[in-house]
Design a protein around this ligand. Structure first.
Ligand SMILES: Nc1ncnc2c1ncn2[C@@H]1O[C@H](COP(=O)(O)OP(=O)(O)OP(=O)(O)O)[C@@H](O)[C@H]1O
Ligand SMILES: [Mg+2]
Length: 257
């Protein structure tokens, strides 16, 4: 009898120790997940800052190179100031995202948002033989955090541009209000994506842009992972259709409240 009791007590002690170990492991896992999240958010902040620093530097360089052209210098400095303000807003928005989700949701004109992206990017698409077509009604509005959604569209536009180099092609951006949701599409006539790669493109750090030149930097593989995260934080969805050698369409669908 005494032997059975002793065995039982020892089993209880072992069970309690195992429970403590399992609790400790669970809390370690939680801490590691939080750290991984911080790491990912930091990488994404760096990525978006990079996207905005390039045009910022280009505008400042333009002003410095042509001090005699007062009008050009003024415009370039205006853009530099606007882009610096934009960089600060992007930081705010991303920190809010790290802390749960978009905070500054409001109605915004889709067309104005797109115009602002092109103005901020400081890239001449026609120089790369790329025709840009924007098929968006003037009165169309979307409920979103504008700065975050603009970064999403900028990433997709930059990807589309790169996919069409060096041949050129057509970039079409369209938007439609459907029942309960706003749909934005970005279509290019570029290299397309192989079917087997389609499921990988939204994974962080997946990139096929491993070669860099003076004009084009190599990829970090964070653009689409960022887009997915932002769209999902808006309770929206993102999808892609692609035909290798013919082109790609990215679709964003955002709920209308
Ligand atoms: N429009 C597109 N046409 C063809 N391939 C695309 C397109 N958009 C994305 N891809 C593919 O998806 C990959 C991942 O895109 P993502 O934007 O996440 O990273 P990246 O462009 O490689 O680097 P970066 O972090 O600088 O954006 C790209 O490397 C490319 O292979
Ligand atoms: Mg990209």
């Amino acid at each position: 009898m005494a032997g059975i009791l002793e065995k039982r007590q020892s089993l209880h002690r072992r069970l309690a120790t195992q429970q403590e170990m399992s609790d400790e492991l669970r809390s370690q896992l939680g801490r590691m997940q939080a750290l991984a999240n911080i790491g990912m958010i930091s990488a994404m902040i760096a990525h978006e800052m990079n996207n905005i620093l390039t045009p910022l530097g280009n505008y400042a360089y333009l002003a410095m190179k042509h001090p005699e052209d007062g009008e050009l210098t003024r415009k370039a400095l205006e853009k530099t100031t606007a882009n610096s303000r934009r960089a600060a807003k992007i930081l705010d928005s991303m920190l809010a995202m790290a802390n749960g989700g978009p905070r500054k949701m409001d109605w915004h004109s889709v067309k104005t948002m797109i115009e602002q992206i092109f103005s901020c990017m400081a890239r001449d698409f026609s120089k790369d033989q790329i025709k840009v077509v924007v098929e968006v009604d003037d009165e169309l509005t979307v409920f979103a955090e504008d700065i975050a959604l603009q970064q999403v569209l900028m990433n997709m536009i930059l990807n589309a541009r790169r996919a069409m180099l060096p041949k050129g092609g057509t970039l079409t951006i369209s938007a439609q209000q459907n029942t309960g949701s706003m749909r934005i599409e970005i279509t290019d006539t570029g290299c397309g994506i192989e079917r087997c790669d389609l499921e990988k493109i939204f994974q962080p750090f997946y990139t096929t842009k491993t070669e860099s030149s003076q004009a084009e930097r190599h990829g970090a593989g964070l653009g689409l992972a960022f887009c997915k995260r932002v769209v999902e934080a808006h309770n929206g969805a993102i999808s892609v259709d692609s035909q290798p050698g013919r082109g790609t369409t990215f679709r964003i669908s955002l709920p209308t409240p």
